[in-house]
Design a protein around this ligand. Structure first.
Ligand code: SAM
Length: 346
């Protein structure tokens, strides 16, 4: 998924650091999960804990990390004859979805031209609205277990960025239609790794959650700058909650005060990082950050050494790959991603 700070491209580097330091470990915590890409990957080998402040991230995790396997949809199948709801919704013609009442079409009424915005076309908005209403109805009637419900919500969320008319984030929509947005919306048939362990997903403040769990490897991938995440992904949050919020302004933001992160403010970030490490009951700690983040490398080192064994502190530099051209990368000088390791006595 397109998401600021998505670590799909770093997975093998993280694995290399994990393997070098934590042979014999059996659990892995991805405390700032975002797209869940890191939690999903490490689920192959470990009991995984995943977590994020964003509810849509929680749904992505809950549907593919906490879920032990791909759901069977047995009740939905026996009650309505729908054995494969992802395919069922994807194959339904948009015309057949027009039966959905107008007041149930939150996406069309707010994020599409019918509602005065251009995040998504009218027809794709209807497909999303129809899918979300169907999933809520099926759950309401008892046809879906929690595992099945969250799997379907995750499938909807994963599909939305493929047809969104944005350049990068939902901070604003494009004024003309991007070719991507003209493709039909489809739920994504997500794979679920079976690892035979009880994995757990959370929607909490990471620091508070760490007071309540313990394990071997803690992977910390906080925001690097002062851009709060929620306003940049508000459309996905609303798709996940489908709670008909009151939207504000031209860009249609939803309220998000409770989801502000202390890691996105220069004033609070070092204190927040210090508290997080203090609460951590994990022996192996790995931080992802970059060299132009709002915490300096000196602050990172001091904070990590305060809570860990100083002699085990290690910094790995990885060349940054977000730039499409070499000249763009060169202009910014020495920008690098960091993987910082320390061992903590627990
Ligand atoms: C750099 S992104 C993580 C990206 C993720 N590793 C991936 O591959 O998609 C940072 C994440 O931290 C989350 N976050 C920020 N503050 C948080 C907090 N106090 N507790 C939990 N999550 C938080 C944000 O919502 C965001 O999803």
């Amino acid at each position: 998924m397109r998401f600021i700070g998505n670590k799909t491209h770093l997975l093998e580097h993280i694995k290399e650091v994990v393997d070098r330091h934590a042979a014999g470990a059996s659990s892995f915590c991805d405390i700032f999960s975002g797209t869940a890409s890191v939690a999903r990957y490490f689920k192959q080998w470990y009991k995984v804990y995943s977590n994020d402040l964003l509810y849509f991230s929680y749904c992505l995790q809950r549907g593919t990390v906490e879920n032990p396997n791909k759901p069977a949809f047995a009740r939905l199948s026996s009650a309505l004859g729908i054995a494969a709801p992802v395919q069922y919704l994807n194959e339904m013609p948009t015309g057949d979805m027009e039966c959905l009442e107008q007041d149930k079409r939150f996406f069309q009424n707010n994020y599409a031209p019918a509602g005065g915005r251009m995040y998504i076309t009218d027809s794709n908005a209807l497909r999303i609205d129809f899918s979300r209403n169907a999933i809520e109805d099926w759950r309401h009637h008892g046809y879906l277990s929690d595992d099945e419900y969250f799997y379907l919500i995750a499938s909807v969320i994963e599909g939305i960025p493929f047809v969104s008319n944005i350049s990068g984030t939902y901070g604003a929509f494009n004024k003309t239609w991007d070719s991507r947005s003209k493709k039909p919306f489809a739920l994504i048939d997500l794979p679920v790794i079976e690892n035979g362990r009880s994995n757990l997903s959370f929607n909490r403040d990471g620091s508070a959650l760490l007071r309540e769990i313990a394990g071997d490897i803690l992977y910390i991938d906080p925001p690097y700058n002062e851009r709060q995440y929620l306003p940049n992904y508000h459309v996905l949050e609303t798709a996940a909650k489908y709670d008909f919020p009151e939207l504000r302004g031209i860009t249609g933001q939803r309220p998000y005060e409770a989801q502000r992160s202390d890691f996105c403010s220069r004033r609070t970030v070092v204190g927040a990082f210090d508290a997080l490490l203090s609460n951590a009951n994990f022996q192996h700690i790995i931080l992802s950050y970059n060299t132009d983040g709002i915490m300096t490398l000196d602050e990172i080192e001091q904070t990590m050494k305060r809570h860990g064994i100083p002699s085990t502190y290690e910094v790995n530099y990885i060349p940054y790959r977000r730039f499409k051209s070499r000249s763009a990368a060169t202009k910014t000088g020495e920008l690098k991603e960091l993987l910082v390791y320390i061992q903590k006595e627990v």
